[in-house]
Design a binder for this molecule. Sequence first.
Ligand code: NOJ
Length: 551
Amino acid sequence: MARKRWANVNALYQIYPRSFMDSNDDGVGDLRGVIDRLAYIKSGEKSLGIDAIWFSPFYPSPQADMGYDVSEYCDINPMFGSLDDFRELIEKAHASGIKVMVDFVPNHTSDQHPWFLESQSSRDNDKSDFYTWRDARADGSPPNNWLSIFGGSAWQWNESRQQYYLHTFLKEQPDLNWDNPAVRQEMKRVLKFWLDLGVDGFRADAVRWISKDPHQRDDLLAAHCPDEQSVRSFDDLQHKYSRFWENLFPYLRELTDVVASYDDRIMIFEDYPDGNYGTQEQYLGFYGVNPDVSMPFNFEGLGAKFSAESFSTMVNEFQGMINPDIHTPVYCFSNHDQARIATRYGGTEQARLVALMQLTLPGLPVVYYGDEIGMTNAPIQFDEIQDKSVFSHGNDESVGRDPERTPMQWTGEKNAGFSQVKPWLPVDPISKKVNVDVEQHDPDSFFALYQRLLKLRSQYEILRMGEYEPIGDAGDDIFAYARWIGKEQHVFVALNFSKETRRVTLPHAGFILCSTHPVDYPAIGANGVVTLRPYEGVLVECSEHRLQRDN
Ligand code: NOJ
C-alpha cells in the first residue's frame, strides 16, 4: 500500500484558540493554555490520544470575524501569546508525537492590514492592485450584483479612492486580487514562513473565492427568483461569476507546490457542497490539484439527515467517486461555523453513533474541540453575541455561530475550569455535568468512547488506510460496511440509526472491538447475527481474519 502523507495520523483535532484554555486569566484562551493541555491531547495518562491539532486563526487581527480578518500573516496576536510561545508549542507538540496545522486565510485580509491601508490610500501606489477595486455605476451604485455571504452587496464604497472594493465576507474583510502575481508571491512567502517554523499543514479557508470572472459579469438569478428586485439574500443568486473561476485550481497548485517541497506536510481545502457545481466536479477538482499533498474536506455530513439511508448514500457515493489509493477522505461533522454534533443530530446517543461512524471511516477524520465530551450548543443571550456576521445578516432571530464556540468544559467548577475570570463567551451551564474531569473517570462516557476509538485507529492501520466496502441489505435503518486490507484482515461496522432494537447479519462471525454502549457489549452469533440496541453502533473484528496491530 502506498504511503500517503500523514498516513499514521489517527485524526485531527480542531482547537478554537479563544475557547480552549485561558492560562493568563483574561477570559480568552491562549497558546500557553494549549501548551498546558498537550497532555490532555495526547501525551498524558488519561489523554484523548489524538495525533494532530489544527488552530483556527491566531494571527494579529481586529477580530471582526474572530481572526478570519488577518492584519498580519506572519505573527501571533498578543491576545494569544507570541511567536516564541508558538515555537515552544510546536517543539513540545512534536516531542509528544502531535502534528500541528494552522489556518491559512488566502481570500481576504483585514481592512486594517497594511496592504489594504496602502491600497486604499490612492489609485497609484505599490499595493493599489492588491485588492479588487472598481468604479461606481453612473448612478453611484455598486459595479455589479455580487452579494456578500454575510449579507448585502459584496461591494463597499471607499471615500479616499472614490471606488468600491470587493468583500465576499464582512466589509472589514476585503478580497485580495489573486490575479495579481505579486499577491500570489506574498501568499507563498507566508506559507514558507510557517513551514520553516515547523508546522505540518494548513487548513485553507474559503478557497473557492480566490478566482473570479475577470470581467466581473453579474451573477445569475437563482431559479426561484423572478427578477433583480426580488433578490434579498445570498441564495437568491447563482454565484457563477463571483467564485470558482478558471484559475482556482492553478492558483491552488502554486500554493500546494510550496507545501509539497517540504516533507510530510499537507493542505486541506475548505469547500462546502454546492448545488451550483456537481459535487463530483468539485471533489475531483480539488483532489486533482496536488493529490499527494492536498485534499478537500467532506462536509456533506453537516447537512445530512440523521438516517442510515442518508449517511450510507453520502459515504458510498463519495467512496465510489474517489481513488482510495491516492485520495485521502477528510470527513468532518462539526466545526466552529456549524451546530455541534450532539445538538444537530438530536441527542447524545445519536452523536455517539456518528462518532463511531466517523472514526471507523477511511482517511483523516476531524474532531471539533469539545465534541469528544459531548458538548452541545450553549445558550447565548442577544446581548452576549460576539459573532458580528449575525448583524450584517440583518437577522435578529439568530445568535449566529457563538453557541458552538463557547469555552471548553474542563471541570464542573467556576467557568468550567477554563478561566478564573468571566470568559469572552458564557460557559454552558451543562458543564456542571458534561466536562473532561467527570468523563475521564467514567468508562461509559463520551470521552471514553472517543478515547477507545482513537486508540483503535492508532493501533490498526486497517481503520486509517484499509479499503472501504459497503455491506448491502444489512437491514432497515442499518448502515454497515467492511474495511479490509488484502485477504488477511477484515473489520465490520454496523450502525443502527433507529430508536428501536435491530437485528443485523454480518458477513462473518466476530468479536466486538468497540460499541457505542461500552458497558456490556452485545454477543455475535456464529452466523454473524448481532442484535443492536437503539442507536447502537459496533466495530467488529472478523474471527476468520484476525487483525495485526501496527503499534
Ligand atoms: C470560513 C470560516 O470557517 C468562517 O469562520 C469565516 O467566517 C469565513 N470562512 C471567512 O473567512
